[in-house]
Design a protein around this ligand. Structure first.
Ligand SMILES: CC(=O)SCCNC(=O)CCNC(=O)[C@H](O)C(C)(C)COP(=O)(O)OP(=O)(O)OC[C@H]1O[C@@H](n2cnc3c(N)ncnc32)[C@H](O)[C@@H]1OP(=O)(O)O
Ligand SMILES: O=CC(=O)O
Ligand SMILES: [Mg+2]
Length: 532
């Protein structure tokens, strides 16, 4: 293991390896910012995580979430977020992807308006991915990023997408970095390093440090990010309001606090995004013990089922009322090579998804793959014409109540194919994640941490819910699932490109433990992280 030759600031310990170039990222000054933010905000992060646990217990005991009475005045008042910088006005298509060097270059060159570099759902947060991802972004921000893969040279085009960065969520630690003897927050670590190295450089380019904030459960969690922004801007000598952030509304509880989240971040806000996959996962997680709650096969829980429609329209209405971008999420379909008929169906499904968002009034949406950029752009251009966005389109006609958000349907069908699909995807994804790849094509769909969470939580819930019954009448039980896990493991080993990796057998064990244990793991990435 290579040791560091830099002066590590007092109070911080780095347990990860210092490979060549890592000292460009882990400079004493950048680490000092990590220490400063961590000391200032770690206690609050822990308090907020404890509040999550308390709220979850109340829901387990039967409480139904609702819009908060104590913030009614914020919802009723007329206010708008601070003006959006020119560099972020036009966001019709945003490509997302892990921070692998080649993919970073491809994403910047993809023709999308925005590229969201993902340290979160699409990424295994091992030490190498985190630090090399930061290195890749440092080079990209300076226009210096190049690489070579399989004899092909990669470099940035003249015209590239605007960069946004998604740090890790509040629940994740960075175990290789201790501040005052405790693991630092993964989100603070990712954010501080990116800010320290790139904020001024981005400003020089006429852009700015722009972020996506994942998995928030409340406006108090947004307030924590806002306070971190304020301190960081002060520390780095940046004008207040330089940082802009889009919050993913991807938990059921955050859906009840959209106005409040925009309000907390209003000097730093760049709108909200409908993170559909984690949203579905969050619904399953929060209501997993509710005897009335049960969702059908994953494939049936689409954006057009009523509770998802209510969420999407409420997000749109809320954003535009506040002068903020409403950003659509991601259809998981990706181009299918060597099968034109299936490919045409997949492309059409993505087209319909973007068309619906654009016609509803969304200002843009996510794509998973460069091959989807043009198609999505066409749908947004059809509606937006030459306009950068349609924030002026108010949706006062939308009325989504708490009951609408909580009307979880459809409950059927649950099929053996759907159950096996969840098991298969779960094992395949977990295995790839352990091997360092946090975003994988499985059965022609993009699978990441959020989609895999749905798969594993559905299996847990179907085993426990009296409604967890297959369409042929068989009750789903642990006894039914266990042999299926072994059968699906064999298939995964055949299907996965690196099927001989021992990680798939370990993934099957973890999947079995997670889906059959009495306790529900809060996030699958928490136990997985201890394995890497
Ligand atoms: C729920 C959520 O959080 S959604 C957000 C998180 N998810 C994502 O970000 C999805 C990111 N997408 C991906 O990682 C990939 O598209 C996958 C894994 C789904 C599919 O990957 P592959 O099967 O390897 O794609 P494929 O072979 O068709 O790729 C073709 C080319 O496009 C590139 N590419 C594919 N997706 C992306 C992307 N998102 N960003 C940049 N480049 C990409 C590939 O690197 C490859 O480049 P090359 O021709 O220079 O070698
Ligand atoms: O992060 C996006 C999601 O859908 O989850
Ligand atoms: Mg997500």
């Amino acid at each position: 293991m290579t040791e560091s030759t830099i002066d590590i600031p007092a109070g911080i310990e780095i347990e990860g390896e210092f490979k060549a170039d890592y000292e460009q990222v882990l400079t004493p000054e950048a680490l000092a910012l990590v220490v400063k933010l961590s000391r200032s905000f770690e206690a609050r992060r822990q308090e907020l995580l404890a509040i999550r646990v308390q709220r979850a217990k109340r829901i387990d005991a039967g409480e139904r979430p609702d819009f908060l009475p104590e913030t009614a005045a914020i919802r009723a008042a007329d206010w708008r977020i601070a003006p959006i910088p020119e560099a972020l006005a036009c966001r019709r298509v945003e490509i997302t992807g892990p921070v692998d060097r080649k993919m970073v270059i491809n994403a910047f060159n993809s023709g999308a308006d925005v590229y969201m570099a993902d340290f979160e759902d699409a990424n295994t947060p091992n030490w190498e991915n985190q630090i090399e991802g930061q290195l890749n972004l440092i080079d990209a921000v300076r226009g210096n990023i190049t690489t070579e893969r399989n004899g092909k040279q990669y470099k940035l085009n003249d015209k590239i997408a605007t960069l946004m960065v998604r740090p890790r969520g509040w629940h994740l630690d960075e175990k290789h970095v201790l501040v005052d003897g405790k693991r630092v927050s993964g989100g603070i670590f990712d954010f501080a390093l990116f800010m320290f190295h790139n904020a001024h450089e981005l400003q020089k380019r006429g852009e700015g440090p722009f972020f996506y904030l994942p998995k928030l459960e409340s406006h108090l969690e947004a307030r924590l990010w806002n306070d971190i922004f304020v301190m960081t801007q002060r520390e780095l000598g940046l004008p207040q309001g330089t940082i802009k952030a889009t919050v993913l509304i991807e938990t059921i509880l955050a859906a009840f606090e959209m106005d409040e989240i925009l309000y907390e971040l209003k000097d730093h806000s760049a709108g909200l995004n409908a993170g559909r996959w984690d949203y579905i996962f969050s619904c399953i997680k929060k209501f997993r013990l509710d005897k009335d709650f049960c969702l059908a096969d994953r494939a049936k829980v689409t954006m057009t089922v009523p509770f998802m429609r209510s969420y999407a329209l409420l997000l749109l209405k809320t954003c535009h009322r506040r002068g903020a971008h409403a950003m659509g999420g991601m259809a998981a379909l990706i181009p299918i090579k060597n099968d034109p008929v299936k490919n045409e169906l997949a492309m059409n499904a993505v087209r319909i998804d973007k068309e619906r968002d654009a016609i509803d009034g969304y200002d843009g949406g996510w794509v998973a793959h460069p091959g989807l950029v043009e198609l999505a752009m066409t749908e947004f251009k059809k509606v937006l014409g030459d306009k950068p966005n349609q924030i002026g389109k108010l949706r006062d006609d939308v009325h989504a109540t708490a009951d609408d958000l909580l009307a979880f349907q459809p409950e059927t069908p649950i099929t053996e194919a759907g159950l096996r699909y969840n098991i298969n995807v779960g094992i395949h994804y977990l295995g790839s994640w352990l091997d360092g790849n946090g975003c994988v094509p499985i059965h022609n769909l993009m699978e990441d941490a959020a989609t895999a969470e749905i798969s594993r939580s559905q299996v847990w819930q179907w085993i426990r819910s009296s409604k967890g019954v297959l369409d042929d009448g068989r009750k789903i039980t642990a006894g039914m699932v266990r042999p299926m896990i072994q059968e699906e493991l064999l298939k995964v080993k055949q299907e996965a490109p690196n099927g001989s990796s021992p990680s798939y057998a370990r993934a099957a064990q973890i999947f079995e433990e997670m889906s059959t244990a009495t306790a529900f793991a809060e996030f699958l990435t928490l136990p997985l992280y201890e394995e890497i």
